[in-house]
Design a protein around this ligand. Structure first.
Ligand code: ATP
Ligand code: MG
Length: 591
């Protein structure tokens, strides 16, 4: 391709709304053009990258014996009602009506559609197992579309769905897909970690994510991993063993009583006032899960992991309550406490982290401003009555423990111990580029998608689903391969392999050599750009670095001595070669 004919506009500045490297670079180098928030045109350079990623994905999926199809992007409500997700999916699902007033949606994912396709086509055990996939644009009305292609509203995904006779079949296919994913990301030139994760709204029991590990701000996930064994997990799923800490307040509190704790609105203030470690305070947080209040109890030196809490309640939407909502909750239950003094109460769902069970003689809020209960224990005191408090004491409710559900809702922290081998856990940021889920019968059962076994009995298929964000993978590659001057595309997904830069297009010899090399590389099957623009060399070099061609060959004055300059973008390494040597080297390194 001749640069003078290429449809590409590099910019002097980064896009003003770009926060992360890949968004900045892809915008400035002319790969993407924003149409609306989270909606982009993939310009020719970007489209070449995306097609290369798609092809790698396609080759590896085909190699793993999955079959490609293409399902409609617009989907009818009825199928979503069958699965039960029309009501629960929330605002990410872009709903619309057709001219007959029928409800439709833009496909954010395709479990419902593929399950309906399968149930019409896969009737006998003899036809299973099958794995079907597609590569297609999805639409999700993300609450915060940001970071360019990393979190768009319209984005390209590869989604695959497997149908098996039983769990054993699914386990095998899950492993098969994990292997395919490993090859895909390796071929794309990306280092990924396969980590355990939460199964989220898609549901199912087991899932893993493939994370590009990055030190840039773009990593939206915290990944905990162990250097001594293979444990690694997304923070929404990670568990740990805790280092020893004081969890028994016996040295601080000899008896159980209500004391004045004026103006202790934060844990720090309370610790300071009572001169105690946070680990003997039981903190009560108010969340709203699917519109209902939930109290989360946790040791005050630890943090609630919201996805774990949401799953514990069985919800699909969670947020911390506003002060107005807390005030309302208090009023409803006859209390007047302000945040900082909230405690467990009756008739509200209470989830406690399981480490709370180890706490003894602790400090806890009792829904009374400027007061706390100290020397408290789970078995004797947890749920307070306003009437009892009014009398200046607290009612001891032996049934308290029955009202509290104990489970793991704790966010793991660096330095806590690996649940597998006990060594300290490390943490890093990651970008999720793909995931694999064991769905089981989550969709096949409600949608009555069944096969007939050898005895004529019907069973729901045992399903798995497997996603890869094609456009996100491209952006993640930029996050992992760049420098201050621009992108450093891994060779397998670079839009072009080589750029040839004649320094002065008016110099006949330079242009002749550049053209000859251009033709030689093209006919060898190398994707090459000839920068034949009448621009200063500095401008061309800048663009070459910004766009991220893996190799640059400069034909300048040294051609009078028979040499060109050969530069590797990734390492910055430079060599002087004859044009023939340069061509030979490129062919050897690229093909
Ligand atoms: P996330 O937690 O990042 O929102 P997800 O769990 O919603 O991702 P899936 O529904 O499993 O993701 O989609 C499969 C893949 O599609 C993800 O692994 C990711 O690579 C990609 N993906 C998901 N949402 C987006 C988005 N808004 N923009 C770009 N790619 C996305
Ligand atoms: Mg999502």
């Amino acid at each position: 391709m001749k640069m003078s004919k290429m449809f590409v506009q590099t910019l002097r500045e980064y896009p003003s709304d770009a926060e992360v490297i890949s968004h900045k670079m892809l915008g400035r180098a002319g790969f993407i053009k924003k149409l609306a928030p989270g909606v982009y045109t993939y310009q020719p350079l970007m489209w070449k990258v995306l097609k290369k990623i798609e092809n790698i994905v396609r080759e590896e999926m085909d190699r793993a014996e999955a079959q490609e199809l293409l399902m409609p992007f617009v989907q009818p409500k009825e199928l979503w009602e069958e699965s039960g997700r029309w009501e629960v999916y929330g605002k990410e699902l872009m709903r619309l009506k057709d001219r007959h007033d029928r409800d439709m949606c833009l496909g954010p994912t395709h479990e419902e559609i593929i399950t309906s396709v399968a149930r019409d086509g896969l009737k006998s055990y003899k036809q299973l197992p099958v794995n079907l996939y597609q590569i297609q644009s999805k639409f999700r009305d993300e609450i915060r579309p940001r970071y360019g292609l990393l979190r768009g509203r319209e984005f390209i995904m590869k989604d695959a769905y497997s149908f098996d006779l039983d769990e054993a079949g699914l386990d095998k296919e899950y492993e098969n897909m994990a292997r395919a994913y490993k090859r895909i990301f390796e071929r794309c030139g990306l280092d990924t970690k396969m980590v355990q994760s939460d199964s989220g709204a898609i549901g199912g029991s087991v899932s893993h994510e493939f994370m590009v590990i990055t030190d840039t701000d773009a990593g939206e996930n915290d990944v905990f991993y162990c250097n001594d064994c293979d444990y690694s997990a997304n923070s929404n799923h990670a568990v740990s063993n805790l280092p020893e800490a004081v969890v028994d307040g016996k040295d601080y509190f000899k008896e159980t009583k209500i004391i004045d704790t004026p103006n202790t609105h934060s844990i720090e203030e309370l610790c300071k006032f009572l001169n105690i470690p946070a680990s003997i305070i039981l903190k009560t947080l108010v969340y709203i899960v699917d519109k209902k209040p939930v109290l989360a109890l946790i040791r005050a030196d630890k943090t609630v992991e919201e996805t774990k809490l949401m799953n514990a309640v069985g919800g699909i939407d969670i947020r911390i309550a506003s002060s107005a909502e807390i005030a309302e909750l208090m009023a409803e239950h006859g209390f007047e406490a302000v945040p900082g003094f909230i405690g467990p109460m009756k008739d509200v769902k209470i989830i406690a982290d399981e480490t709370v069970k180890d706490m003894k003689n602790f400090v806890v809020g009792i829904n009374q401003t400027d007061k706390h209960l100290v020397g408290a224990n789970l078995e004797d005191c947890l749920i307070c009555h306003p009437e009892a408090l009014a009398e200046g004491s607290h009612e001891i409710l032996r049934s308290a423990q029955n009202d509290i559900e104990f489970t793991d809702i704790r966010l793991v922290e660096r330095g806590e111990f690996c649940p597998q081998c006990g060594k300290p856990l490390q943490v890093t940021k990651g970008i999720e580029v793909g995931n694999i889920f064991k769905l089981g019968t989550k969709y096949s059962k409600p949608m009555n998608a069944v096969y007939t076994d050898i005895n004529g009995k019907t069973h729901p298929y045992v399903m798995g689903c497997y996603g890869i964000g094609i456009s996100r993978t491209a952006a993640a590659a930029v996050e992992a391969h760049y420098d201050e001057y621009g992108i450093k595309w891994p060779i397998a997904i670079a839009p072009y392999h080589v750029v040839i830069v004649p320094v002065n297009i008016k110099d006949e010899l330079q242009m002749k050599v550049a053209n000859e090399m251009y033709e030689a590389l093209k006919s060898a099957g190398i994707e090459v750009v000839l920068d034949d623009r009448d621009e200063r060399a500095g401008v061309k070099f800048k663009d070459a670095d910004l766009i991220g061609f893996p190799y640059r060959v400069t034909v300048g004055k040294t051609i009078n001595e028979g040499f060109v300059e050969y530069k590797v973008r990734e390492t910055g390494e430079q060599e002087k070669y004859t044009p023939q040597e340069a061509v030979d080297n490129l062919i050897k390194n690229i093909l």
